[in-house]
Write a protein that binds this ligand. Sequence first.
Ligand code: C5P
Length: 223
Amino acid sequence: MIVAIDGPSGAGKSTVAKAVAKELGFSCLDTGAMYRAIAWRALQDGVALDDESALGAIARTYDIAFGHVEGDPVPRRVFIGDDEVTDAIRTAEIDRAVSPVSAAPAVREALLDQQRRIGNAGDYVVEGRDIGTVVFPDAAVKVFLTASDEERAHRRVRQNVDRGIGSIDYDEVLADLRRRDAADSSRATAPLRPADDAVHIDSTGHYIEEVIEQICKLAREAR
Ligand code: C5P
C-alpha cells in the first residue's frame, strides 16, 4: 500500500510522512532527498547544473540508499554511492542547486525507476512533488499538504537549528522557498501539482499531530 504525500517545500511533508509511517508500521521514502543527493554529487564533480546529459549520467550511475540510526525505525541517513550525505544535502547551496537538477528529464527518469523499485517492495509512505501524479498514480491515499509561505519559512529556520546545521536567515529562506516552488510548479516534466483525487490539507495554524492523525485515518479507511 502506498500513501503519497506531495506539496511545496517546508509544508511539513517530511515530519508528517515519518510520523505517519511510524504509526502505521510502514516504511517511508523521502524522494526530495534523492534529488538533493544528485545535486550534491553534481556539485562535487563540478558538473554544470544545465548539463542534462551529465546530470542524467550521475542519476543512472549512483544508487541512492537510506539507512537507520540505531534504535530509530525511520530511515534518516542518506547515501549516494559510498558517500553519506545526510547533512550535506540540507545546506542552502543544495537548496539552490536542486531545482535545476530535478527539472532535468533524464534525472527524473532514472530516479523514477529507483523510487518505484523501493516503494513496490512493501507498504510505504512516499513524499515528494509528483508522487500522486507520476510516481504512484494508483496510490491508495494521496495527500497534497500545504501551509502559508511564512509558516513554511519559519519551520525551515527552526528545523535547521534543531538539526544543529546552524542558523539561516528567515528572509533568505522565504525568498528561496518561493523561488523553488515557482521552479517546481512551472517545469515541463512532472511539475508540482495536486493529483485530481488528492485530499488537500492546509497545515497553517494546525498542530502537526492533527495532520498526522488525519492522514493515518485516511490510510486505515483505505485498507
Ligand atoms: O522535499 P525537498 O525540499 O527536500 O525537495 C528538494 C527538491 O527536490 C524540490 O525543490 C524539487 O525540486 C525536487 N523534488 C522533485 N520531485 C520530488 C521530490 C523533490 O522534483 N518528488
